[in-house]
Ligand binder design. Structure first.
Ligand SMILES: Cc1cc2nc3c(=O)[nH]c(=O)nc-3n(C[C@H](O)[C@H](O)[C@H](O)COP(=O)(O)O)c2cc1C
Length: 224
């Protein structure tokens, strides 16, 4: 079992990384292999909306996104971690979402994979919402969301979470649930149905109506 943990904080080894790593270490105790991606170490550029991915099937920007995406595609479980920045996910994480628009989302490249969302904020307002948006990442890309966790660190140099005992207990429970879902290849009926009747028809309609503009997307959906 392979797990990739992403911490999309602007700084490495901050509180987001700490919580992502805590869950990764738990997963390692259960026998998983895990690898951490720190967005702070990545050369990561914004999506320029050139739509080459839609028309030709690959991203023209040659930066840290490609190797990160290969790791994500090779993993069984993905931990998406972001600090709460301005009541939202960080720009780094949003960039990963934007750059994955075609290559993971339209192509449902995380089919059969599992994801969880992790967020740390300076206060609770909207931090759980950030974790929720992150946890939906795997589902949006064809996989399953297993759950989410958020925590508060009163200031950036505070190396302990507020209500730390409760945070670690929640993290332990989430790690176990994550491990069991992946190990047992759990199928989430409701998530499948929701995707089948909401997202997928819209994606297919779009793809099939743009043969000239997005030939790659058209062929991809034509073969599904
Ligand atoms: C640019 C910026 C914006 C922030 N905005 C918020 C915010 O809107 N809400 C919040 O709760 N914390 C906010 N914070 C605090 C961080 O979420 C908090 O310090 C978190 O622990 C940082 O993650 P890190 O330790 O992984 O760097 C912000 C911090 C930065 C640097």
């Amino acid at each position: 079992m392979k797990i990739v943990g992403i911490s999309a904080s602007g700084r490495r080894d901050g509180n987001t990384s700490r919580l992502v790593r805590y869950i990764m270490n738990k997963m390692s105790e259960y026998g998983a292999e895990s690898e951490m991606i720190e967005a702070a170490d990545m050369d990561l550029r914004f999506c320029t909306a050139c739509e080459n991915c839609m028309s030709k099937g690959f991203c023209v920007i040659d930066d840290g996104y490609r190797p990160a995406m290969e790791k994500i595609k090779a993993a069984d479980g993905i931990i998406l971690g972001s600090p709460n920045y301005s009541f939202n996910m960080s720009a780094q994480m949003k960039t990963l979402f934007d750059r994955s628009h075609m290559l993971l989302y339209y192509m449902r490249a995380l089919r059969g994979k599992y994801g969880i969302g992790v967020s740390v904020g300076g206060h609770p307002y909207r931090t759980d919402l950030v974790a929720k948006m992150l946890s939906q990442g795997a589902w949006l890309c064809g996989g399953y969301t297993v759950g989410r966790i958020c925590a508060v660190s009163r200031d950036r140099d505070d190396r302990e979470f507020l209500d730390a005992e409760k945070v670690y207990a929640n993290a332990d429970a989430l790690a176990l649930k994550f491990y069991k879902a992946i190990n047992g290849k759990k199928r989430y009926f409701f998530q499948n149905m929701l995707r089948k009747f909401t997202l997928e028809p819209a994606l297919r309609r779009m793809a099939m109506s743009k043969k000239e503009k997005y030939p790659f997307l058209y062929d991809f959906y034509g073969k599904l």
